[in-house]
Design a protein around this ligand. Structure first.
Ligand code: KG4
Ligand code: ZN
Length: 393
């Protein structure tokens, strides 16, 4: 099953072609990512209007490059997948409408993919991780511990009560004058800093739930920085190292708790899986490895290029949904907000059987209109759920 994926929810314009084999294994045939860092750097963060316009300008070429690198033409595709949310709405519109146009012209099924589901399923793209597994989703907008029970079947065990983990990295970088994007810069500075110099709080440590909170840590860091301003290079490195250690100790405590709740409610997970841009952080990856070995659970962390935003994960999520007969109508709407637990799932095969329905043929997109195009799991009155990348400089 060959699927083209398109990702435009934030500041990366990306397209990829992924093949899902009948046994569930995957081959990434192409994975092209164009970062918009240069467009946004002067503003210290992503400017939604600039992002949307940059997606419009670049997307055609990025898709053509992905198809050429894969050595396939549109006619060979089994589906066209685009991230339909959550994200910056202008960019989401660009990607989804482009996918609809390709699907319509070439009569292919459209799959409107939830960006968070794509992060959640990446471990299956890279490692074929079986369900159920415990997901640590750590991105710029989300910090969650999730039970991944199947395609479209997610139970959230914990989430952040304020800032997302990537947001905390980005705000720390901004405060310390490290610029945008922040996470990677904080990690680089932390590598040459003293993590014990500043005694920053470990928010939520030891609590019974599996939630996170990062805004207090951010404030504590600001107060420490203000006390010793003006900052030397060593001060900045020490602040980054102390911040990163506080984040890591919090994450490990919260995940230990999340794994406990997982086992109590759902039995043993097949693995602890990390996903999202923050999972590209090597110090966090090392800490997860330690935790997993102490907790005697397998650890799956995709390579950094598949943790940060990319289109291979969108194509893969599209292929996984298509394999369950799930596809979407051409009037599917883009969504700025779209919680993971509102993603549609396949229906059980028989009443009372917790399986998934066998794959059905999605209608060709040219004829896919309204309710006929919904997947078998979608009730008629629900909202339709709708390797290293090539880096284009
Ligand atoms: O998943 P992602 O690429 O986009 C979203 O869906 O949000 O995650 C982006 C986030 C940003 O906040 C970025 O600063 C953070 O991931 N990030 C990192 C690292 N690389 C990216 N945070 C810490 N260390 C890194 N190496
Ligand atoms: Zn993301």
């Amino acid at each position: 099953m060959l699927v083209l994926g398109i990702e435009t929810t934030c500041d990366e314009t990306a397209a990829a072609v992924v093949e899902r084999h009948d046994d569930g294994r995957a081959t990434i045939l192409s994975n092209v990512v164009l970062s918009q860092i240069a467009e946004h750097a002067a503003f210290g963060g992503v400017v939604p209007e600039i992002a949307a316009r940059a997606h419009v300008e670049a997307l055609d070429l990025i898709i053509a490059t992905a198809m050429a690198e894969a050595g396939r033409d549109f006619g060979a595709l089994d589906g066209v997948a685009a991230a339909a949310g959550p994200g910056l709405i202008g960019g989401v519109i660009v990607g989804l409408i482009t996918a609809k146009a390709i699907a319509l012209v070439h009569e292919k099924p459209l799959i409107a993919v939830n960006h968070l589901e794509a992060h959640a399923l990446t471990a299956r793209l890279t490692d074929g991780t079986p369900f159920p597994y415990c997901l640590f989703l750590a991105s710029g907008g989300h910090t969650q511990i999730v039970v991944v029970r199947g395609v479209g079947d997610y139970v959230r065990l914990g989430t952040t009560r304020d800032d997302a983990i990537g947001e905390a990295f980005d705000k720390t970088a901004k405060l310390l004058g490290l610029g945008y994007p922040g996470g990677q810069r904080v990690e680089q500075e932390a590598a040459r800093g003293d993590p014990s110099r500043f005694n920053l709080p470990r928010p939520m440590l030891g609590r019974q739930d599996a939630d996170f909170s990062f805004s207090g840590l951010k404030t504590a860091l600001r107060l420490e920085a203000e006390k010793i301003a003006p900052l030397t290079d060593q001060d900045v490195a020490d602040l980054c190292a102390s911040f990163q250690l506080a984040v890591i100790e919090t994450v490990v405590d919260r995940l230990r708790r999340g794994l406990k709740v997982f086992r109590q409610r759902f039995g043993a997970p097949s693995a602890l899986v990390a996903a999202g841009g923050v999972a590209a952080n090597q110090a966090i990856r090392d800490a997860l490895l330690n935790l997993a070995s102490q907790d005697q659970v397998a650890l799956v962390v995709p390579p950094p290029s598949l943790c940060t935003d990319n289109a291979a994960m969108i194509a893969w999520a599209g292929a996984e949904r298509l394999a369950h007969g799930l596809c979407d109508a051409l009037d599917t709407l883009p969504r700025a907000r779209w919680p993971l637990d509102q993603v549609g799932k396949p229906l059980p095969t028989d009443a009372g059987t917790a399986g998934v329905s066998p794959a059905i043929a999605c209608p060709p997109a040219g004829r896919a209109g309204g309710r006929d195009a919904r997947g078998p799991g979608e009730p008629a009155d629900s909202v339709s759920p709708n390797t290293a990348p090539s880096v284009v400089a």
